[in-house]
Write a new protein. Structure first.
Length: 128
């Protein structure tokens, strides 16, 4: 496995862990339930999908450099597809998606998106 893939995975997992702990701390401080709203599943699935998307981009970077942006966008659509298939039905069981439920998906999604974008830019600039 490439050093770049390992570095990406370590940074992503560390970042997700820190944000997850911060997320739990905020929920605790505000007296909200800590592990409701599929929090662990959301962080886990977003992290796994981010790793899969990055590895795909990394493996295709030489042959399809000009298409990496589109492949990246397809990965983002995949994540939203997972949201609509896995998370939204659970969140809509009571008829409404609350801010806590939305945040439980969006926090790890946005973190992964930022990290993936940073590494995609490095790839496009041929620095990876």
């Amino acid at each position: 496995m490439s050093k770049n893939i390992v570095v990406f995975c370590v940074k992503l997992i560390l970042s997700l862990s820190v944000v997850f702990a911060f997320h739990l701390a905020i929920l605790h401080f505000l007296d909200f339930p800590l592990f409701e709203n599929q929090l662990i599943m959301s962080y886990s699935i977003n992290g796994i999908l981010a790793i899969i998307i990055f590895i795909t981009l990394y493996k295709l970077r030489v042959k399809y450099l000009d298409l990496l942006g589109f492949i990246f966008m397809a990965g983002s659509f995949l994540k939203f597809g997972v949201y609509f298939v896995l998370f939204r039905p659970i969140f809509k069981q009571d008829g409404d998606v609350t801010a806590l439920e939305a945040t439980s998906f969006l926090a790890p999604y946005l973190l992964c998106l930022i990290i993936e974008t940073f590494y995609l830019i490095k790839m496009l600039n041929n620095k990876l």
